[in-house]
Design a protein around this ligand. Structure first.
Ligand SMILES: *Cc1c(COP(=O)(O)O)cnc(C)c1O
Length: 368
């Protein structure tokens, strides 16, 4: 058992959702996919509701069903599935369903005809991301089909949505271009006589930077966990608080001479007599192996570079020749008194989304 501890401050998630809610006139859909970005699906959802999230958003159907099973009765949207998905269960659970294709709509209509309650659906439009959603070229056909089955009482078309490719690069020309395509899609919905309740486009970055693109609903994910994907020009993290902290402990401290190679491959070699500290957390726990020699941790508020390679369940730090660090001292990998998830992302060449998902995987295993 590793001594890595992943803690989630659910009050921070509540605070962050409330803070985002104050930035917009739109409703807030808190995105809690991927186990709440590693923070825990049920816990993150409850915290987000407490902060005023009128909606929850999840990619996968099983996540929506898990939220219902946990007692959440509010509005909820799921969007990532092909025609083989648990339509009946979702419809019985009153989950709003995204529709990207005639095949998915057909599956929903079949379930409806077979007696499942008619669901509220949101048409997903690919305005330029090149990922989920129907293309603008194929939208009129899908809208016509949707209107026909709506007339039969088999679905209610309540939403239209899209997703941005470059929202985290404010000013990128694709943002306005996608917005223009989205507006065009909304006109098409109007032309098809569909009365939409919610139009939505904004992820975290768009929520923070483009109030003109909030429409009726914003869908922040990473920001509700306190990790805005763009820098706050005022240096205040947009008033958001990181919710996840990751800590471990020093389990061995020992003095070594100058010239001691450290960890596999001796990538790090001491240049003076010093003290090494052993931390019992490794890549099996979510500590990226690529963090060796590049990422920092903190002990008693001081930063230390990981010395040499990260192993499966352990890594070493060089505490220096006159350290006061002892066995049992806490090591902060991520936390207010240490590096941020962004620091880790920068060190290992990824984004903080992947860092929290990775560490959160361990939290999920521990609580299972
Ligand atoms: C993940 C996701 C979001 C949230 O994105 P963030 O960048 O985390 O804010 C919003 N909408 C959709 C469709 C998503 O897949």
């Amino acid at each position: 058992m590793s001594s890595l501890k992943v803690a989630v401050d659910s009050a921070a998630i509540t605070h962050n959702v409330r803070t985002l809610g104050k930035m917009t006139a739109a409703q807030v859909m808190a995105v809690v996919k991927a186990d709440g970005y590693g923070h825990g699906l049920i816990e993150a959802a409850a915290a987000a509701r407490a902060g005023g999230a009128a909606w929850l958003g999840v990619a996968q159907p099983h996540e929506a069903l898990a939220l219902r099973a946990a007692g959440d009765t509010g509005r909820m949207l799921t969007w990532l599935y092909g025609p083989e998905f648990p339509a009946e269960e979702l419809m019985a659970a009153d989950v709003d369903l995204s529709v990207s294709s005639p095949e998915v709509l057909g599956r929903i209509v079949t379930a409806s005809r077979d007696g499942s309650p008619s669901p509220r659906i949101h048409i997903a439009v690919d305005t330029g991301l090149g990922r989920e959603g129907v293309t603008i070229a194929n939208l009129p056909g899908l809208l016509e089909l949707a209107k026909a089955v709506e007339r039969e009482g088999l679905v209610r078309v309540v939403g239209m949505w899209s997703h941005l490719a470059w929202a985290d690069a404010p000013g990128h020309p694709t943002i306005d271009l996608q917005a223009q395509h989205f507006r065009q899609a909304l006109v098409m919905a109007q032309d098809a006589a569909l009365a939409l309740e919610v139009r939505h486009l904004a992820n975290s970055a768009c929520t923070l930077t483009r109030p003109d693109l909030h429409f009726d609903l914003v869908r922040p994910g990473i920001a509700i966990y306190g990790l805005p994907p763009i820098e706050d020009p005022n240096g205040e993290n947009f008033g958001l608080r990181p919710a996840m902290s990751v800590t471990s402990r020093i389990i061995l401290v020992k003095d070594v001479l100058a010239g001691q190679g450290v960890s596999y491959g001796h990538e790090y070699v001491t240049t003076y007599p010093t003290t090494l500290g052993l931390v019992s957390a490794g890549y099996a726990d979510g500590v990226f192996r690529a963090a060796g020699s590049v990422a920092e941790v903190a002990v008693k508020g001081r930063r230390y570079l990981i010395a040499g390679r990260v192993c499966m369940d352990q890594f070493v730090i060089d505490l220096g020749p006159a350290t006061e660090v002892c066995v049992g001292d806490e090591v902060t990998l991520i936390g207010p008194d240490g590096p941020s998830a962004r620091d880790w992302a920068t060190a290992v060449g990824t984004i903080d989304y992947e860092i929290v998902c990775r560490f959160g995987g361990l939290r999920a295993k521990e609580s299972a």
